[in-house]
Design a protein around this ligand. Structure first.
Ligand code: ARG
Length: 573
């Protein structure tokens, strides 16, 4: 990519002027304001400061050795020592030409692939996946797709909640009150009903609570009947989860639920005790964090006083297993913000436990989805919104909209468009806000054809495809079209295309899909301006070809960008 070529040239010049300088921060990035140039680097200032040199002086010397005439018209020093690059039009044209010919799509696959484990979705058995799980599923899937596109080895792992004290109550419910017909109709609904019933009964009657405790002990001890029921609950839940994943187009490489780690829990606790990391406190095994102000009075229990392991124990065993099995360079956990303390504790304990491990651990957390009233999003009757219902409604609403717009299309086609648009709208609405802020769920906003929405981008894509169809050209012919950029709108669109790879890298580095959403929206805006001001189909000769190729590239980036967000496109809308 152009910016990496300039970066490399700049690094060579810097190391000639400042031998031994750390070049890892010598980066070239798009200029925030096109007035100053296309690309910019602020690296000289830091390097000069470290050496107590005058930054402008250093910049002048670097510039004297900077050989970028092949790509840039002008390179100049600005402000306290910024270096600004102004691209030659021909350099832009060459970059676009290479993309049109299929050499790249404005991003590069890394030459240093890392193994990254992405732990996301992770719903709980016997409970419906609710709207809170949607964020984890959609964000995690997008991060995995981005990393894969950039050439990394990704292991997606669904850490299903398939173990824990809730199974005591579930087993009592199953044995005493199961409605087989209801279970066949709606397995998760029935299991949820059983849980709620026994939960309520055990608050009223200690004898029920005691029965639940005993069923749990039996399950943990490997009782054959209880294990069989428990497996059945897992299978039934998995079927329902898989239906949702299928609809969302989400796949997992591994589905290693919490129970998978049961055989490793004892050893984990022993190892932490032997290493002096955990100590006994009031019968429980606990890790203290006296040296960390934020965690000072928040010790982590890794084994309860009754000898039972918990969520923390399981996560530590899981982490050790992942390190042994995949030797990842990075593990990403996507959950809501309420688990921040949990992951701070887990990451801190792990560093003490396996200090030699070289792994970046990231808790990628997110805020809540709110209703119009600013409170957590609920149904009219005040229940949590089930994911399946939400997706149905999205498709239904999109279907109404498509039908109004294109009543003449056959119903099957309208349904298909509605599926892609409805699911795309829900996903995009979830990925667009800064993930750490709460957002208000609004059907009207997310399904709007105008504004920063999936339907807007999908519509822009469909329009590009229709231009292409009308051109009468083949993709092949366009790939060989020489690019000639002249109008300011053409140049602006071309520059925007060039930034696709940098945006993908920023998404992967900061775990922020919203960067990509905003980029695609901007790109569509540049395209709209271009299309308004520059005739395409009516242009002639080389200009027509070049403009059509520009359309084609925009379409490809939109399509690829949406795909990374997990969102589909349609050829005609
Ligand atoms: N099952 C958990 C929940 O629904 C999320 C698990 C996240 N992953 C993990 N390794 N702890 O809250």
């Amino acid at each position: 990519m152009l910016h990496s070529v300039l970066e490399q040239k700049l690094q060579e010049a810097v190391s000639a002027v400042l031998p031994g300088a750390d070049l890892s921060g010598v980066l070239v990035r798009p200029c925030p304001d096109l007035k100053f140039g296309d690309y910019q680097s602020n690296a000289i200032m830091g390097l000069a400061k470290e050496r107590k040199l005058n930054p402008r002086q250093v910049a002048t010397e670097v510039l004297a050795r900077l050989d970028v005439g092949e790509w840039c018209d002008k390179t100049e020093i600005a402000g306290a020592g910024f270096i600004n690059f102004r691209l030659k039009t021909v350099a832009l044209e060459r970059a676009l030409q290479a993309a049109a010919g299929g050499e790249h799509l404005f991003y590069v696959r890394t030459t240093h692939p890392r193994t990254v484990v992405v732990d996301f979705s992770s719903p709980n058995v016997a409970k419906p996946m609710h709207v809170g799980h949607i964020r984890s599923t959609i964000l995690g899937d997008c991060l995995a797709r981005t990393l894969r596109l950039l050439g990394h080895r990704v292991v997606t792992d669904n850490h299903i909640g398939d173990w824990g004290t809730q199974f005591g109550k579930l087993l009592v419910g199953w044995k005493e009150q199961l409605d087989e017909a209801a279970l066949t109709r709606d397995p998760i609904g029935e299991m949820e009903r059983l849980y709620k019933a026994i939960n309520a009964a055990s608050t009223a009657d200690p004898a029920v609570l005691e029965r639940a405790r005993q069923e749990l002990v039996k399950l943990q001890a490997g009782d054959a009947d209880n294990l069989a029921i428990w497996r059945r609950m897992i299978d039934l839940s998995a079927q329902q989860f898989n239906t949702i994943y299928g609809r969302l187009g989400v796949k997992f490489d591994e589905v290693l639920g919490e129970s998978f780690y049961n055989p490793r829990l004892k050893g984990t606790v022993q190892s932490l005790l032997a290493g002096g990391i955990a100590t006994e406190s009031e019968g429980a095994q606990v890790v203290f964090f006296e040296d960390i102000p934020a965690l000072k009075d928040k010790p982590a229990i890794i084994q309860k006083s009754d000898g039972a392991a918990n969520y923390a124990t399981t996560d530590l065993a899981t982490l050790a297993y992942r390190m042994e099995t995949w030797q990842p360079a990075e593990i990403i956990y996507v959950t809501d913000g309420r688990q921040q303390l949990h992951f701070q504790q887990i990451f801190t304990i792990f560093k003490r436990w396996q200090p030699q491990a070289r792994v970046k651990l990231a808790h990628v957390w997110f805020g809540s989805i709110l209703g119009d009233d600013g409170k957590p999003f609920k149904t009219r009757s005040g229940e949590t919104v089930k994911l399946a219902d939400l997706l149905n409604e999205a498709e239904e609403r999109a279907f109404q909209a498509v039908t109004v717009k294109n009543p003449e299309l056959p119903e099957g086609e309208r349904r298909n468009i509605a599926r892609v648009v409805g699911l795309g709208a829900v996903k995009y609405a979830d990925l667009l806000p800064n993930r750490q802020s709460d957002y208000v769920f609004s059907w009207d906003k997310m399904l709007a054809l105008n504004g920063n929405t999936a339907p807007y981008l999908q519509y822009a894509y469909a329009r590009l495809r229709s231009i292409f169809r009308k051109s009468g050209l083949t993709a092949e012919q366009l790939g060989r079209a020489p690019m000639t950029l002249a109008a300011p709108e053409e140049l602006a669109l071309a520059r925007s295309l060039l930034n696709f790879g940098l945006v993908l890298e920023a998404v992967a580095a900061e775990y922020r899909p919203n960067f990509l959403c905003n980029y695609l929206y901007e790109l569509a805006g540049y395209f709209a301006q271009f299309y308004e001001n520059c005739p395409v189909l009516k242009a002639e000769g080389p200009e027509r070809l070049s403009r059509l190729a520009l359309c084609e590239l925009t379409g490809r980036v939109l399509q690829q960008g949406l795909e990374v967000l997990g969102i589909g496109v349609i050829e005609q809308m």
